[in-house]
Design a protein around this ligand. Structure first.
Ligand SMILES: *Cc1c(COP(=O)(O)O)cnc(C)c1O
Length: 219
């Protein structure tokens, strides 16, 4: 199946309130151009330098999402154009994002990454850190950032019951902090689900799925 056919079959299967992020990391420009020609406008990358090179070469109506771990010293390269940063996994990163957003006269939308998997290796806030951040209004001092939702990655496992437990947990955390009144916070995006688990994620309440290999093939 071609990239266009893969996109077509996935996007028609998604509920209309779910946004599809086409994860194009490691893929050549031609693959992104094929997805663009098929109508896709939201792309996800996990390396800032690679995303910036692609942004330079591709049409400017693309929304670029940074889905990977963010190093503070590289925020400046994406600050002029990034539309959503999924991987905010520590409060100190917000200092740099806010600073670079201000330099570019922008407000940058961010998701807070929550650690839901069993693996230690995955990044993110744990539930208590997250609750503390909301309770102390930690985002009030970042006028150039909007916290628009949460992001999580399930364990890398074939145990679907485990994956379901983790997604359900993230959804319940999302619901419980969603209505906390806080400055620069408007939680309406729940980013969870990849090629192998997006149907489960949607059943558990995802509003944004990040799909790579099912669109572009294996990496
Ligand atoms: C690579 C990646 C994806 C997409 O993974 P696929 O299994 O190829 O769909 C989604 N989210 C994150 C954070 C990723 O790094």
């Amino acid at each position: 199946m071609s990239i266009a056919q893969n996109l077509q079959s996935i996007s028609t299967s998604l509920p209309k309130e779910v946004t599809l992020v086409a994860v194009s990391k490691t893929k050549p420009l031609g693959d992104l151009q094929a997805a663009y020609a098929a109508g896709q406008r939201v792309f996800g990358e996990n390396k800032i330098q690679e995303m910036t090179e692609k942004w330079e070469h591709l049409p400017k109506d693309i929304s670029w999402h940074m889905i990977g771990h963010v190093q503070s010293n590289k925020v400046k390269y994406m600050a002029p154009y990034v539309s959503l940063i999924h991987g905010v996994d520590r409060l100190s990163l917000l200092d740099e994002i806010n600073k670079q957003a201000a330099k570019n006269h922008r407000t940058i939308d961010c998701l807070l990454q929550v650690h839901i998997a069993q693996e230690e290796s995955k990044f993110g806030f744990d539930e208590q850190e997250l609750r503390d951040a909301f309770a102390t209004n930690a985002f009030a001092s970042y006028p150039n950032i909007n916290i628009v939702g949460l992001m999580g990655m399930a364990s890398f496992t074939t145990d679907t019951a485990q994956i379901k437990t983790e997604f359900t947990h993230l959804k319940s955390v999302f619901d419980s902090v969603k209505n906390t009144p806080a400055s620069h916070v408007d939680l309406h995006i729940l980013s969870m689900g990849m090629s192998g688990d997006y149907k489960m994620a949607i059943a558990c309440g995802s509003t944004m799925v990040r799909i790579g290999s099912s669109i572009f093939g294996n990496r």
